[in-house]
Design a protein around this ligand. Structure first.
Ligand SMILES: *Cc1c(COP(=O)(O)O)cnc(C)c1O
Length: 495
């Protein structure tokens, strides 16, 4: 404090910055060293384990009122959070559908937070990189460079972005100004009965209601039945509805089925519908040389949702919405008030990225995607997708060859549904397989999930994992047979 401040009775201001940067530096080095070890040794740890009571209890501690040394804060995080992860970075995690993250992406998240920019917009480097990553997504899918797009929190939000533009373009009125109640004929959206649940939420949030999303039956391969779709559209027109949008799925969450995107593009054109593709699972197959043909036609969509935190393994969260008509995209969201008006020069010049979605403040999601793409190159990511699809075929072969294992169907992409079948039916068969799934998790061996396909219960393996090796799949099959045999012969007593 200098003499003037002292005379005025002023004390030094507080800040969140440390008193001693050298301390923080030492701790940060330790955090990074631990983080590298954590990823290097992930294979040696259980996929998942139940939290003991004292760890659970830590999360009901009250709001801290007084300070604690950062070392102690980090020690607690190591003991609780870091020791009991979901497990999706593990080579034998195949539950639901998610990526397995990567170290470079984690560095990207760290640097994004250090640099601290708000990607709502403005004239700064992070904003340009955000747009560049959107442009790279267009290029990966064969979308025109003139298309619009935005990075969002994930696939669900990316789908909402696409469906909002579809609703506004097809409403026939200024729906932003007058709302859905002013729409003359009720809009109808279409998707297969295998459509992801986020579309239901989207329809509800858009004020159209769940019933406005008509679920169309699927064929034997669980792809949307094009003839049934056409008939539904005709029927709805006759009944006074306005068919507005067809949602194609490139990779269903149940089995990885890919709708016939070429046929849907053609039908949407003929019927004057918006063509949206939910490509959260499969859009990125477009970069995989062996399998890209499976998603041919995706580049004809009016909008696409894709998910870099799945098959690009970006740390959560990052999704991307692409909209062919950039003006329609901006027209659905832009509300730039005067205090955010663009200046001809300086920080507030350039585009406001918040004009392409629902958020105002936006995180610097682009950096983690950008750094990993730059380090490895897009071709490596394409090969990793091919590798996962080949591993699914390998696993299907192991299942077919194993005693008492039954395969639901040959995998289309990277999802394999199977079960242990010692000659049971119905609920007994489901209970046995559920117990196998739970023991695989509880014994830290592997994480799978389960689902219903054609009305039957199956275990489900989704290999979106750059750490999985064939030996992991060998182990899965071996352990499933072991557990299935144990449970079937000993009843459901814990092993
Ligand atoms: C994962 C997924 C979503 C939702 O994406 P999030 O990133 O989890 O929000 C939507 N559709 C499909 C087909 C998905 O697999």
């Amino acid at each position: 404090m200098d003499a003037v401040q002292e005379n005025l009775g002023l004390v030094a201001e507080e800040t969140l910055d440390p008193l001693d940067w050298a301390d923080v530096q030492a701790l940060s080095h330790r955090v990074i060293d631990d983080a590298v070890d954590y990823l290097r040794d992930v294979r040696d740890r259980p996929v998942w384990r139940e939290m003991p009571a004292d760890v659970r209890k830590a999360f009901s501690a009250p709001l801290p009122r007084s300070p604690a040394p950062l070392d102690a804060v980090y020690a607690e995080v190591s003991r609780t959070v870091m020791s009991y992860p979901m497990g999706n970075i593990h080579p034998r995690f195949w539950s639901w559908y998610m990526g397995s993250s990567n170290f470079t992406g984690a560095l990207g998240d760290f640097l994004a937070a250090i640099q601290g920019s708000n990607l709502g917009g403005g004239n700064h480097a992070a904003g340009l990189m955000d747009s560049q990553v959107v442009n790279w997504c267009k290029e990966m899918l064969g979308f025109p460079a003139s298309a619009g797009g935005t990075l969002v929190s994930g696939g669900s939000m990316a789908n909402i972005i696409g469906l909002t533009v579809a609703r506004n373009v097809k409403a026939g009125i200024d729906v932003r100004e007058h709302g859905v109640a002013a729409i003359e004929k009720p809009l109808r959206f279409y998707g297969s009965e295998q459509i992801h649940s986020c579309h239901r939420k989207a329809m509800e949030a858009l004020g159209l209601g769940n019933r406005a999303l008509r679920r169309i039956p699927t064929d034997a391969g669980l792809r949307i039945d094009i003839a049934a779709l056409r008939a539904a559209i005709t029927e709805d027109r006759r009944a006074g509805f306005k068919p507005a949008c067809v949602i194609g799925t490139a990779g269903t969450v149940n089995t990885g089925a890919i709708d016939d995107l070429q046929a849907l593009a053609k039908l949407a054109h003929e019927e004057d519908l918006w063509f949206h593709v939910d490509g959260c699972i499969g859009a990125l197959i477009a970069i995989a040389p062996e399998n890209a043909h499976r998603v041919a036609g995706i580049e004809r969509a009016d909008s696409v949702a894709l998910d870099p935190h799945k098959w690009l393994h970006a740390p959560f969260e990052v999704g991307c919405a692409l909209v062919r008509d950039a003006a329609a995209h901006r027209g659905a969201f832009a509300v730039t008030p005067e205090y955010l008006e663009s200046m001809p020069r300086g920080l507030a010049s350039g585009e406001w990225l918040h004009d392409y979605g629902l958020q105002t403040s936006r995180g610097f999601r682009a950096l983690k995607v950008w750094m990993a793409l730059k380090e490895h190159g897009v071709e490596k990511f394409g090969r990793l997708i091919d590798q996962n699809i080949a591993q699914a075929v390998y696993l299907a072969g192991l299942i077919e060859a194993a005693p008492r294992l039954q395969l639901a169907a040959s995998p289309t992409v990277n999802i394999v549904c199977f079960r242990y079948q010692p000659g049971l039916t119905g609920e007994a068969l489901k209970a046995l397989n559920t117990e196998i799934m739970l023991r695989l998790q509880e014994q830290g061996i592997a994480a799978l999930s389960d689902t219903t396909v054609h009305g039957e219960h199956w275990l489900r393996v989704a290999i979106t994992n750059h750490r999985t090796r064939r030996e992991d799949l060998d182990l899965l099959v071996h352990e499933t047979v072991r557990l299935g045999h144990d449970i079937a012969t000993q009843g459901s007593a814990p092993s």
